[in-house]
Design a protein around this ligand. Structure first.
Ligand SMILES: Cc1cc2nc3c(=O)[nH]c(=O)nc-3n(C[C@H](O)[C@H](O)[C@H](O)COP(=O)(O)OP(=O)(O)OC[C@H]3O[C@@H](n4cnc5c(N)ncnc54)[C@H](O)[C@@H]3O)c2cc1C
Ligand code: HEM
Length: 452
């Protein structure tokens, strides 16, 4: 049996590169983190206290741009982890963190999408990378950001956000304080009072709300009355401090956003030995599947190693909530396979036998199943479906020469292929070959694709 997780075993060390205490109860902490942690704007990491207690903190930066993971931590009176981070942790220290997670992300925004971002206090943190990414994407019809606090000092990014609003006319910023000093030009009152004043109708908006749970609940109610469909247009990150409810809240907000991917489960990944046990299960499963009467015929022409590697990287990216899987999505990968519900169940039973053989407990098996089940509707079908590349339907067999819209990896030499390069694609397998590989003389055992 696998032991219950010990958070310090599932975590990685991160170096505190900088710490700026911008007021006695608020610190901006910049961490140098292992490059394998690649957050999606809006996600959080969990920081683990030396005692093993952990708390989520949102990532306020975009590490792919400015390298560091920036956290904005408000010290809570009597709080264990926030007090330690604000008062005790120093540059040069190493803190333990768990991988980026969470569904507070801006997925699938169409061109022309209007965004409304609302935060109180450090709820601003996850909104900043979402804001930056949306502005860079250059397709937004406008972004409105309301940042609320009790006092002016709570609006700790006021200057920076005002400057940005002057520089970019797509961005509109409103700072609101409920306890305002006389003569201060900030909006006086709570954010909920001002949203309706400036934006009386919110249909067509996607709304992101982060911060104190009560504010998130109030704004959610308000948004519904102003025309936001809570199922698709409202994404929330309540900074719950009732730890028993934290997981539940994450789960709900993540499911709402992640229609194209299951809710990440980094803890499951940790329980699977950070991938080591997953690798063993996949090795056993494919050995069995290739010999299996019902499953074996599907695998003609594919190697076990390729499948193991693809599956591993696919499940890793799903469980950790990262976006680094380079293979095909299941709908495309299985486009030519006629797979019934019964066969789907049969494969899952064989896989489950391998999980049990490695001592994975039943609750963890159920959590793993959730990732497999998520794709049932993409895989089970009564006839083959056309596969698409660059948005175009492809024939079901043979090779085709084409130009890639997005960068990829060559399936023969494993080198990167830049967007715009000519490639040859095996239409059934979906394997992609770079120009040097499909022009090279075939050697013994070469899998070089022949032109049609
Ligand atoms: C998804 C998510 C993202 C988060 N991101 C951030 C972030 O970017 N920055 C940030 O500063 N915090 C963030 N938080 C909150 C953070 O995780 C901790 O809950 C917070 O720092 C308090 O932890 P603590 O260990 O210091 O306090 P604890 O030891 O957990 O609590 C001590 C006492 O204070 C009470 N308490 C805790 N928080 C509050 C509060 N806000 N108001 C009133 N009473 C409280 C508790 O109920 C308890 O009685 C986030 C929370 C979630 C769920
Ligand atoms: C009965 C059910 C299934 C069968 C028979 C099956 C069979 C296959 C086969 C033959 C391939 C190789 C495809 C190729 O290279 O042409 C493949 C690839 C793959 N399968 Fe499945 N599969 C099944 C279910 C699933 C499920 C449930 C998932 C996801 C949870 C999944 C994820 C993948 C992935 C990620 C790949 C690699 C895609 C790539 O090559 O880029 N499969 N599968």
């Amino acid at each position: 049996m696998i032991d219950q997780p010990n958070p310090t075993h599932l975590s990685r060390g991160a170096l505190v590169a900088e710490k700026l205490v911008i007021r006695p109860d608020l610190a901006v902490i910049r961490l140098e983190v292992s490059p394998e942690f690649r957050p999606i704007p809006g996600q959080h990491i969990a920081v683990v206290h030396p005692d093993g207690e952990r708390r989520p903190y949102s990532i306020a930066s975009r590490p792919e741009h400015d390298y560091f993971f920036e956290l904005h931590v408000r010290r809570i009176d009597g709080g264990k982890v926030s007090r330690w981070l604000v008062d005790e942790v120093s540059p040069g220290d190493t803190v333990r963190i768990q991988p980026p997670a969470g569904g507070f992300i801006n997925r699938d925004s169409p061109d022309g999408q209007k965004l409304l971002l609302i935060a109180t206090g450090t709820g601003l943190a996850p909104l900043l990378p979402i804001l930056q990414e949306a502005l860079e994407r250059n397709s937004t019809a406008g972004i409105w950001l309301f940042h609320g606090g009790r006092h002016r000092r709570d609006l700790y990014a006021d200057d920076r956000l005002r400057r940005l609003a002057v520089q970019d006319d797509r961005f509109h910023y409103f700072g609101c304080c409920s306890r305002q000093a006389p003569g201060d030009p900030l909006l006086s009152g709570r954010v909920t009072e001002w949203i309706e004043h400036f934006l009386p109708g919110l249909s067509g908006f996607k709304v992101f709300v982060a911060g104190h749970p009560e504010m998130v609940a109030d704004v959610s109610t308000l948004c519904s009355t102003l025309g936001v469909d809570p199922a698709v247009g409202l994404i929330t990150d309540a900074f719950e401090f009732d730890h028993a409810r934290v997981n539940d809240t994450w789960e709900k907000s993540t499911i709402r956003m992640n229609r194209s991917a299951p809710t990440p489960d980094p803890e499951l990944w940790g329980q699977l030995g950070n991938g080591a046990i997953l690798q063993e299960v996949l090795r056993d499963f494919y050995e069995l599947a290739f010999e299996d009467e019902r499953l074996g015929p599907f695998f003609a022409g594919v190697t076990q190693q390729r499948l193991r590697e693809k599956q591993y990287s696919f499940l890793r990216s799903l469980m950790l909530g990262t976006r680094d899987y380079l293979g095909q999505r299941p709908r495309n990968a299985h486009h030519w396979m006629v797979i019934s519900d019964d066969l789907f169940d049969y494969r899952l039973e064989r896989m489950t036998e391998c999980m049990r053989a490695h001592g994975i407990s039943e609750p963890l098996i159920r959590r793993w199943h959730a990732f497999e089940e998520f794709f049932r509707a993409d895989i089970v079908k009564h006839q083959p479906i056309a596969r698409t590349l660059n948005g175009q339907p492809l024939r079901l067999d043979g090779f085709e020469d084409m130009t890639l819209d997005e960068g990829s990896l060559c399936d023969a030499c494993n080198q990167g292929i830049d967007a715009g390069s000519p490639v040859r694609v095996n239409l059934r397998l979906g394997t992609v070959y770079c120009h040097p590989c499909f022009n090279r003389e075939p050697g013994p055992g070469s899998d070089r694709p022949e032109a049609e």
